[in-house]
Design a protein around this ligand. Structure first.
Ligand SMILES: C[S@@+](CC[C@H](N)C(=O)[O-])C[C@H]1O[C@@H](n2cnc3c(N)ncnc32)[C@H](O)[C@@H]1O
Length: 304
């Protein structure tokens, strides 16, 4: 079985550019269904993981994120190979999720390739008229590099609470001649001195997930800064189906890791209060071994 640009267009409900269609199809995203034994083994392992201790996300994890991105930084400094900034968590487990089920990829780097296919399709579509784009929780900034290739004119800005992230972005600029801006920024304590100019859009990818139910300061910050558009690709319990086994396990994993919790419910409350407009909320039916963690929410402050 093979995933093509048509599957992605069907899920996202818009047409993607010819160049991105060709790129996605060139990835040759092949997979097969699991055998009954493989599926049983997968579920058994999942249940075991859920019943053991797992590292929870939160403020205490800064040191680990610094160390993780520090490793990418050292490698990149040594090799100058842009492939070395790609997070090592891609491809950690072989099995991935597709259409709500675990499947076995047959293509190398399948989870990375399908991830960037969705990210690029979403950013290119929703941000097409935006002049400045900010990624919050950008880590090594690899999504920003692809945005730079897509459009040389957009102002790009990567924000992250790790210093290693800014160091990597400086090195990328030196090495590729790009001009990506960067700032140290903590979701737990948003920095209001960060200038978000007219015609700006912001996005987060698997980054707000790290703050559990501590997202209100960040939402207040965004409403105050008033960007044209906010895009999130994050774990959203509310969009999965608790009555389905694999979704239910995914939700249990989100809770066990203390991932983003009730974020969509909160935005919906703000929408009822007339403070924000939700433009899109949907699952994207792809994910990693444990989670379908990149559901899409697009919203904007109401004043726009
Ligand atoms: C799973 S990584 C995602 C990185 C990147 N957005 C991507 O798509 O691969 C989570 C990112 O969130 C950042 N992060 C975690 N907690 C944060 C916080 N409180 N403030 C800002 N960034 C944070 C981490 O440093 C890391 O770069």
């Amino acid at each position: 079985m093979k995933i093509t640009h048509k599957h992605i267009e069907e899920i996202l409900d818009f047409q993607i550019s010819d160049s991105l269609r060709s790129k996605i199809d060139s990835f040759d995203l092949q997979y097969r269904e699991l055998t009954a034994d493989e599926r049983d083994a997968y579920i058994l392992n999942f249940v075991n993981v859920l019943t053991n201790d797992i590292t929870k996300s939160g403020e205490h994890r800064l040191v680990e994120w610094e160390a993780g991105w520090g490793e990418n930084l050292s490698k990149f400094k040594e090799t100058k190979n842009i492939g070395d900034i790609i997070p090592m968590y891609h491809g950690k487990n072989k099995i991935v999720k597709w259409m709500g089920e675990p499947v076995m990829p047959l293509t190398e780097n399948f989870d990375y390739k399908i991830h960037i296919s969705f990210v690029d399709a979403i950013l290119q579509h929703y941000m097409k008229d935006i002049k400045n784009i900010f990624e919050f929780g950008c880590g090594p900034g690899y999504h920003l590099i692809r945005l730079r290739e897509f459009n040389k004119e957009i102002g790009l800005h990567g924000c992250d609470w790790t210093i290693a992230s800014q160091e990597i972005i400086h090195k990328i600029n030196e090495s590729l001649g790009t001009n990506i801006n960067c700032s140290n920024f903590d979701f737990f304590n948003p920095d209001y001195s960060l200038n978000i100019p007219e015609s700006s859009g912001i996005y987060t990818i698997a980054a707000l997930e790290q703050i559990g139910d501590n997202f209100k300061d960040m939402v207040d910050f965004l409403i105050e800064k008033n960007p044209e558009l906010c895009i999130h690709m994050e774990p959203i319990d509310e969009l999965l189906d608790n009555n389905k086994l694999i979704d239910n396990l995914s939700i249990k994993y989100f809770r066990k890791r203390n991932y983003l919790n009730k974020f969509l419910t909160y935005l919906e409350c703000l929408e009822r209060d007339g403070k924000v407009v939700i433009i899109k909320k949907q699952r994207i039916f792809t994910g990693s071994y444990f989670t379908e963690g990149h559901s899409l929410i697009v919203w904007k402050p109401k004043t726009k």
